[in-house]
Design a protein around this ligand. Sequence first.
Ligand code: ZN
Ligand code: ZN
Length: 326
Amino acid sequence: MMKALRLESVGRVHTVEVPPPSATADGKEVLLTVTHCALCRTDAKMWRHGHRDLELPRIPGHEVCGILEGEPGHYAVWPGVACGVCPYCSSHMENLCPSMKIIGFHRDGGLAEQMLVPRECLLPLPPRLKPHLAVLAEPLACCLNAVQQAKTRKGDRVLIFGAGPVGLMMSLAVRALSAQPTMVETSSTRWQKIKSFCERTGLKVEPQTPMEAFDVAINAATSLDTFTHGIHGIKPGGCFCLFSGLDAKGLVPSSLLNEIHYRQLNITGAYGCTRKNMREALEIMASHPGPLEELVEGFVGLEGVKEMFPAILRGEVMKIIVPLSS
Ligand SMILES: [Zn+2]
Ligand SMILES: [Zn+2]
């Protein structure tokens, strides 16, 4: 038997003892012994509200690192199961595959001692990267996808709404392209939290949208205001990337849409990441592990996860990691 966290229905989550899944005879699906799984705001959102791509009951967890019995080294998990043959899969956009099944959403994820993973989802860790940090490869890869979708170029000035774990990782992704990130964060409690991270990395945070014009804006926060301020904050010909899903409240006025027309703005979206994004993220992390270590607020056991969800939803904690089998 193995221990796992199971989301039974929206609002109901338990620690359970269940039989471990079994690897398939053809070797395509292997049994991964999970060493670490990070909690994401999306996991907390699933528990509180459900999610478009969630099928219940489900073992959540999509930011995962683990080992294979009898093999050396750790693997990070690309949490997608794509068909491999459609036009998206054939052109390195497998995150858009129409038959995509997301690990932790449509299939069981990493908040368990063991999980079933397609072999082709496993990415070996670069030798210098610590396994507990490798769980951040997935969120960083999603951020890399966003900055790439926004066609961010070297030297571009990029406005990022929100300075939670995702906003900070987005800033690192922007830096990886030799562009210049500026975060906007309105919460003073969050300012306290990220002070040392920003001092150490030299990242800029502003309490409100600066007056100067940016090449790119990306939301790592859910308020519709981020879209309004972002559209006004970018230069003619600039790009706004919708990264975080916006909360359901509010309507976009046509006067704001006309800004897109008159100033020839580009609007793009980003959802998930590709294997290539994951490999890029692992390389970035292996060469700059220092700032990532500071994103980790702490560790909790499976039993402690439920208590963390409200604080994660309120944006009060940085990354929480669940250590599983060691
Ligand atoms: Zn996530
Ligand atoms: Zn496909």
